[in-house]
Design a protein around this ligand. Structure first.
Ligand code: ATP
Ligand code: PRP
Length: 219
């Protein structure tokens, strides 16, 4: 393959797209349109042969795993739940940074509940990370899968605790919750399809290098 091979980069609109755009700009890559306003799902760039696919954040690893996209940008939270099969993860982009935390309502005696061996109901969209976290601590939990607005669950009696992402802490505070344990720090990673890394090496490597330089310049 030559460096003119077509490369597709999958990413989600919103936070990830907004924080990736400056990195692309630092690498000299302009994006043809803003997906938030154009509604287009395939977007060209000023870099010959590079196009963007706009997908749901949780779908990015799937597009890259199956080779529908050569590269992708996704949060560590999403990659952890996916499992990372078929993906090479070369670069922490340092964007969309937050922490995956356990949170409970203010006034809830979490330590006491754990001490007495109580079975806790925990609402989250991060089933794998939550299961492993509580298993490692020997805390008995029933996990309830949600797809968003986890902070609501303890307020209406659906769960005793949640596992969710926390950045400023504003969402927890606004809902009378407090973070009690960190599960992992989260930031967005560049991932590459393992076959593309080999078969399109001449095109992929310069793009990886451009991202690495852009990240270093933004650090
Ligand atoms: P989906 O649309 O698939 O449900 P989502 O709504 O979680 O995904 P975003 O809210 O755009 O999508 O989040 C994308 C990524 O940004 C997350 O996977 C996480 O890595 C990161 N992220 C989420 N919330 C925050 C936050 N408050 N601060 C910083 N980064 C965050
Ligand atoms: C994320 C996360 C929390 C919030 C935390 O939600 O799920 O609800 O951010 O950020 P904070 O600590 O700064 O308040 P997001 O804003 O992405 O909404 P969504 O997941 O429902 O799309």
């Amino acid at each position: 393959m030559t460096s003119t091979a077509t490369l597709t980069l999958a990413l989600s609109t919103g936070r990830i797209f907004d924080e990736t755009t400056p990195l692309l700009a630092a690498a000299g890559i302009a994006v043809a349109e803003n997906p938030a306003t154009s509604r287009k799902l395939v977007i060209g760039t000023s870099r010959p042969g590079l196009r963007l696919l706009i997908v749901r954040a949780t779908d990015v690893p799937t597009y890259v795993e199956y080779g529908a996209a050569d590269l992708g940008i996704a949060g560590k939270d999403v990659l952890y739940e996916h499992g990372g099969g078929g993906l090479y993860q070369p670069l922490d982009l340092g964007i969309a940074a937050c922490r995956m935390m356990v949170a409970v309502p203010e006034g809830f005696d979490y330590a006491g509940a754990v001490r007495t061996g109580a079975r806790l109901r925990v609402a989250t969209k991060y089933i794998r990370a939550a299961r492993e976290h509580f298993a490692a601590k020997g805390v008995h939990v029933d996990l309830i899968k949600l797809y968003g607005s986890m902070e609501l669950a303890p307020l209406v009696g659906l769960a005793d605790a949640i596992v969710d992402l926390v950045s400023t802490g504003n969402t927890l505070r606004a809902n009378n919750l407090r973070a009690i344990e960190e599960i992992m720090p989260v930031s967005a990673r560049l991932v590459v399809n393992q076959a593309a890394l080999k078969l399109k090496r001449d095109a992929v490597q310069p793009l990886l290098a451009a991202f690495a330089d852009a990240v270093a310049a933004h650090a």
